[in-house]
Design a protein around this ligand. Sequence first.
Ligand code: ADP
Ligand code: MG
Length: 461
Amino acid sequence: MNNHELWQSVLAELELSISKANFITWFKSTGIISWQDGCVLVCVPNTFNRAWLEKKYHSSIIKSVERITAKPVKKLEYKIDNIKNVMEQGLSSDPMAKPASSETSAAARPISTMATGSNFVLNPKYTFESFVVGRGSELAYAAAQAVVNKPGEAYNPLFIYGGVGLGKTHLIQAIGNQLLKNNPGINIVYASAEKFSNDFISSIKDNTAREIQNRYRHIDLLLIDDIQFIAGKAGTQESFFHTFNELHQQNRQVILTSDRPPKAIPALEDRLKSRFEWGMIADVVAPDFETRVAILQKKCLEKGFSLEEKLVQTIAATVQNNIRELEGALNKIIVYHQLKNIMPSSDSIKALLSSLEASSMRRSLTPHQLVEAVGQFYNLAVDDVLGKSREKKLSFPRQIIMYLLREELKMSYPAIGDELGGRDHTTAMHAHTKILNEIENDLKLKQEIELIKQRLYINNV
Ligand code: ADP
Ligand code: MG
């Protein structure tokens, strides 16, 4: 086995044990430079990457090499080098080769500090200091920091994705706020993809294309929140494509957030998908219990509200879905106790939490809203989803709807059949069982359904 084959086997093993985003981020542009007498030298693209592999994956890599070679590893070290140099010697590989044009970012130049007026709206409360890093967000947080340290150089674009209320907007704005602090003259634009799209549409209407181009293309840093909104909008995508290219060519940093990875955004042009994957993709997932406790403690401190550890834990154990809900619950608890002028107790907290749960959207969600939400998620018209076509593109979301109507709204199979345009109850039953089984074996589908559920309830508040 040569070094190339060895590294491919190691990667194949590691890929199984970590998330896709992590894998692409940390193992793209790695390889083995040498492997001799139990000493392995691994090629990494930069110091940040090296530090992360050392901290997080060192022992997994060693174990994997030992397993595959059936020989002990005495020493495993990392060397910063361009994978291409290593590849030229035929010793390694780039498992996720990037298009050649992105290589221009290697010769990045620093962000211009020339101010030409700022047209951005950043919320000053979204900072790195106010962000609590947990296991679900450490990758995205570290990536955000790397971008702040080397804008336009480290990872361009940075693509952060994850479900609702998990801190994407907070993080992307924290990057903006920090860069602004470091370079007060810097020209930043922060906009939701919806705003970008609206600007684009009105520029056509009002004949102000040039103005809009100046607004988005002649800047140092572009932050676009919820980029998934440009799905299905051809004109907006075209405009964004040129905006992206222009900025990227000049090594201007672009940062995007989305509720799902580029590949999973429906009706998004391939050339955009591939560009979104050029830099780094980092996911944020729901916080674990410890992180929820830490977030609550930090928010209590910020708001000058004192809450016993035990009570903090009660809240953290109850509100699990996302950080926005966690914050919302805490705010209600604070207001309630301040208005009534009483001390928080286990009873008062539990009563409040259960009333919050009871009033949660779960009850008020209608079957029609659910159908619409799934349609929106897959970027399909409701009529098509409910129609007769057996195309997989339509039949699969249809089955997901049936599954969710059963699971979330506890509807009977005949009622589900009716809701879906008069289908037979056996069709509903079959769809429910099928999806139920598939979720068991398909992590991606499971995550997708989680995402839809989050949207169902959050958009309904
Ligand atoms: P998203 O954009 O992913 O839907 P947001 O960034 O809007 O989520 O976060 C929702 C709320 O939760 C915001 O008020 C944000 O400040 C807070 N929040 C999210 N993540 C964290 C975190 N890790 N630490 C502290 N606050 C957080
Ligand atoms: Mg957001």
